[in-house]
Design a protein. Structure first.
Length: 448
């Protein structure tokens, strides 16, 4: 306790860090306030059906990422997710399209152009997503619309408001990155997830205490299991395999450059982070949508019933397999073994016992394949844990914190933010947040 109080005092004594934290708190407060600003013409008291629709499934995940703005019919209802979708598309284009590959190699100027294209694509996605959200709103909560409201005018004005709201949230995220603490976009998602935690926790407490026998014991067991899952998620985010690299001396004229002690390249056990879960969820949504439109969910076919229920064994088996496959796919496109080998060779470096060039690339690729398998299986297990928590009577909203996208994002962003705070402390010769160790974020490297 004394160590924690001393650390807080040290953080407050650093003027730059203090300003960054206060700016972050201000922007977060603005974001949370906007999450409750309802679209003009909507009666928030009549959104019961929309709240019910977003209580489970993929819409519950979207509602969690938006901090409840989705179910509140807020001007921030679409949140940061259109930008995330655009970023994923641009990333994939960087693999298949030579023009984007060239931009990725152009450094800062290329990054600026990619960011510009990402914003334009975000606007294009919003043009389609906003009307879709409004049509669903009309179907689920038509009674919330004012009787004097012109639907066509409402559609146009609300589309503009939703698009502007999402772009404003993106602006807030970028300002947090520049002037605050942590990665702003990730921090916005983190705030949305944390905002849902108190309500979900309260519902679970009430549900367990209302049971006649064993309710409190089961709740305590849930908390212990949740802590174990969080510890496992931290291990998954921080896990690395280090490859030793030696840099040979290089002669320039009569002088020697380079050489020195052996260094290490950390390869992440889960290099794909949360992206495989997002991809797998998108794929699993397709058959569910088709089944819903074809009205075959009521048939007695056990395979169809299995695909419809996200708590069934069949659904989670397919879901886990997709996560493992997408983990290999995304790791392959984000970890370029050939580029790493070329950079190493260019800097006169080599892996002891391995020839530079192709042999080094093959060695790195082999190591990545070995560590990706347990990492992908571990990620799949964490992803399906919310479904198994639901089978043991855990409320749907609270079960989402037992694994899946929300837990991985929460753990990763918290570690990244703490790593940045610790860097400020260490640069000013204060003790870090944890004595005798260094926090590691998703980069897998020590915080310096």
């Amino acid at each position: 306790m004394r160590k924690a109080i001393e650390t807080i005092k040290n953080i407050w004594n650093i003027e730059d860090l203090r300003k960054r934290i206060l700016i972050t708190v201000l922007f977060v407060a603005i974001y949370r306030f906007g999450s409750f600003v309802v679209l003009p013409g909507i009666n928030p008291a009549m959104l019961t059906q929309l709240h019910k629709q977003t209580s489970e499934g993929l819409l519950a995940l979207l509602n969690m990422f938006s901090g409840g703005a989705f179910s509140n019919a807020s001007i921030f209802a679409l949140g940061i997710m259109p930008y995330i979708t655009a970023s994923i598309i641009i990333q994939l284009l960087g693999i298949a399209v030579p023009y984007f590959q060239k931009l990725q190699r152009e450094g800062e100027s290329g990054t600026q152009k990619i960011n510009h294209y990402t914003r334009l694509l975000t606007l294009a996605i919003l043009v389609f997503q906003a009307p879709s959200y409004l049509i669903n709103l009309r179907m689920q909560a038509g009674g919330s619309l004012s009787s004097a409201l012109n639907w066509n005018v409402f559609m146009i004005t609300s589309t503009i408001l939703l698009a502007a709201g999402s772009m404003f949230v993106l602006w807030l995220g970028e300002r947090i990155t520049d002037k605050g603490v942590g990665n702003g976009i990730s921090f916005i998602i983190l705030i949305g997830i944390i905002a849902r935690l108190p309500g979900a926790f309260g519902q679970e407490v009430v549900s367990r205490l209302s049971e006649q026998a064993g309710g409190l014991v089961m709740f305590l067991f849930e908390l212990v299991f949740l802590l174990i899952v969080i510890a496992a998620a931290i291990m998954l985010v921080q896990g690395t395999r280090k490859i030793p690299v030696q840099y040979a001396k290089k002669m320039v004229g009569n002088k020697e450059y380079g050489g020195g002690a052996r260094q290490y390249i950390p390869l992440k056990v889960n290099a794909a982070n949360v992206m495989p879960i997002i991809f797998a969820q998108a794929i699993m949504l397709i058959p569910l949508t088709l089944i819903g439109f074809s009205n075959v969910a009521n048939q007695s076919n056990p395979i169809i019933r299995s695909l419809v229920s996200n708590t069934s064994f069949g659904y989670n088996l397919v879901y886990a397999i997709l996560i493992i496959l997408f983990t290999y796919f995304y790791t392959a496109i984000t970890v370029n073994a050939n580029q790493m080998a070329e950079d190493m060779k260019r800097n006169n470096g080599f892996i002891p016992g391995i020839k530079p060039g192709k042999n080094t690339a093959d060695y790195i690729d082999e190591i990545m394949s070995r560590i990706t398998l347990p990492g992908s299986i571990f990620l799949a297990i964490v992803a399906v844990l919310p479904a198994f928590a639901g089978l043991f009577g855990v409320q749907a909203q609270f079960a989402q914190f037992f694994g899946g996208t929300s837990l991985i994002i929460l753990v990763g962003v918290v570690l990244d933010t703490l790593q940045q705070v610790e860097s400020h402390l260490l640069m000013r010769h204060y003790d870090g947040l944890m004595s005798g160790s260094r926090l590691k974020g998703r980069s897998g490297m020590s915080a310096y």
